[in-house]
Design a protein around this ligand. Structure first.
Ligand code: DHE
Length: 501
């Protein structure tokens, strides 16, 4: 533990001890702001920007229901530093604190160069730890499983399907963790803006930095030298040296008219040697190259605002979902022009689209957030060649080059416990599984060989289910706390066609 964390813990322990001795009556007359400073600020920051605990701002809490937030204040969060306050604060005070957290701050929040640099902590500088792994396994067939139930990550051996190690993560990791090209390091991004660099060989966090207040995702350059963070708040892209997460550049996201924008996401485009970002509030996509450790932006004006997007395997085209939720656009990344428009039924989730070869042509498939449908598109003609009806709107799709099947979950609605399996050649749903009735089953990742796959039972009392990719038979269940995404080292570093990049 570093000095800063120790200091926070000590302050917090003193505050709690004093409050426990005095009881609720002592703080009954205090206003909510003072209560916050007294009880919450040590961990969550005086500006509610977060610290050891997560940020307590409306945007950061948008995914947590107020009733659940109140319950956390009352009862605490198991396996974290967050204790329950029901014996320290009165019911009205707990309710008032909950309301306070969901109110916009009265002054603008800043997360600029100084804040980013000050947040950085290098625990083990690059080169300081041994190069030999401290465990035995096929290093190319490891999986990381993000467990959002209690904010942990499990490292899993993809041959034996046995956990190797489990470690705490930052609060609310989101998006795929990104591996270094050799698979030794992994970079996690949290919704609160933290980037954590983890040394898989030594099972240790090696460096951390906070890139923003509300972050979308991160990307690692194909050469492994740089990490780019895309933020919602503030409106910035941030470039880091991948070695020790030293900040190299802060790029304000704005246009010539001075309008600023959130960033929908940033991805690495290996064949182009660049990063591609799309903006959420300004109709532009950006290609960012790094020369002499400096970022250079090439702007492409788009016909529509882009939410979610995906690339063809050669990174020649960006396929984006328009904000109206009814169609997609194909943008030629060389010219910046729109090459095609795609009619799509209901808010496609293109970020989880996958591609494969079908009758000698490359096709892609995408689920939809607002329609029980999977659209299958010919990537030469950009025509929708088939729309599969599903049992409800879906979130993720997955396959592997060596598998004849693609898997698609039904994430929303009464059938969220079902998963469809699609034959990649007949383009038909050939099987629908319901592995645990009443519990959401979602997100699949294959092992490096495409022989086995993992499916999440998305529940606090959940599990990872291992399936044989060919017989589709269940092989085993490993209990986990709301496992969300799984990420196989080989599939990710080789940009395997059936998985997310
Ligand atoms: Fe995600 C990836 C955006 C809600 C779980 N999600 C991504 C990515 C984006 C994105 C841009 C790709 C980032 C990357 O991998 O680099 N997600 C969004 C949204 O805009 C949306 C709809 C609303 C929001 O609140 O942000 C959203 N996402 C969710 C969830 O509610 C999920 C199910 C639970 C959670 O953890 O918040 C969720 N998103 C995921 C996961 C991935 C992801 C597990 C990585 C998928 C992969 O296989 O790579």
């Amino acid at each position: 533990m570093n000095l800063n964390k120790a200091r926070i813990q000590l302050t917090k322990a003193l505050v709690i001890a004093t409050a426990l001795i005095a009881g609720p009556a002592a703080s009954e007359t205090l206003d909510t702001g003072t209560l916050y400073l007294q009880h919450c600020a040590a961990c969550h920051g005086t500006d509610r920007l977060g610290g050891m605990g997560p940020a307590l701002l409306p945007d950061n809490l948008s995914r947590l229901k107020k009733a659940d937030a109140e319950k956390v204040i009352r009862k605490g969060r198991p396996a974290t530093q967050m204790i329950g306050y029901e014996s320290i604060l009165t019911d009205p005070q707990i309710s008032a604190l909950t309301e306070f957290m969901y109110q916009a701050p009265t002054h603008p929040l800043k997360w600029g160069e100084a804040e980013i640099r000050n947040s950085r902590e290098v625990i083990h500088p690059e080169g300081a730890l041994p190069d030999d792994p401290v465990f035995e396994a096929d290093l190319m067939n490891l999986f990381l499983v993000v467990e959002i139930g209690d904010h942990h990550v499990t490292l899993l051996d993809g041959d034996s399907m046995e956990p190797i190690h489990r470690f705490p993560s930052r609060f609310a990791l989101h998006g795929g963790p990104k591996y270094s090209p050799d698979g030794r390091y992994v970079y996690f991004g949290s919704r609160d803006g933290w980037i954590t660099k983890y040394d898989i060989y030594n099972l240790k966090v090696v460096a951390e930095v906070r890139a923003g207040i509300n972050m979308r995702n991160i990307a690692v350059s194909a050469d492994g030298h740089y990490v780019m963070a895309a933020n919602y708040l503030p409106h910035t892209l941030v470039l880091f040296d991948a070695a020790n997460l030293d900040m190299l550049g802060l790029i304000p996201v704005d246009n010539d008219a001075g309008e600023t924008s959130r960033v929908s996401a940033v991805y690495t485009a290996p064949p182009r040697g660049s990063f591609i970002a799309a903006l959420k509030d300004i109709p532009e996509a950006w290609e960012i190259t790094v020369e002499n450790r400096k970022a250079k932006v090439r702007r492409m004006t788009t016909d529509t605002l882009l939410d979610d997007f995906f690339f063809d395997p050669g990174y020649q085209h960006l396929i984006g979902a328009a904000r109206d939720g009814k169609h997609g656009v194909v943008i030629d990344l060389d010219t910046g022009n729109t090459a095609a428009e795609l009619p799509l039924p209901g808010m496609p989730h293109l970020g989880s689209g996958i591609t494969w070869e079908h009758e000698g042509r490359r096709i892609m498939a995408t689920p939809h957030f607002r329609a029980g449908a999977i659209s299958i598109i010919d990537m030469d003609t950009w025509q929708v060649i088939k729309t599969l009806d599903t049992e409800g709107p879906g979130f993720f799709m997955r396959s592997h080059e060596n598998s004849r099947y693609a898997w698609a979950d039904v994430f929303f609605g009464p059938n969220a416990d079902k998963v469809h399996i699609i034959d990649k050649q007949t383009l038909e749903i050939v099987k629908t599984l319901q592995p645990e009735p009443g519990k959401v089953a979602a997100h699949v990742e294959f092992d490096r060989h495409g022989e086995k796959l993992l499916l999440s039972i998305w529940d606090d009392d959940g599990a990872i289910i291992v399936y044989d990719a060919d017989t589709l038979e269940e092989e085993k269940r490993i209990p986990m706390k709301k496992p969300s995404g799984k990420y196989n080292v080989w599939n990710k570093i080789n940009y395997e066609e059936g998985t997310s990049h």
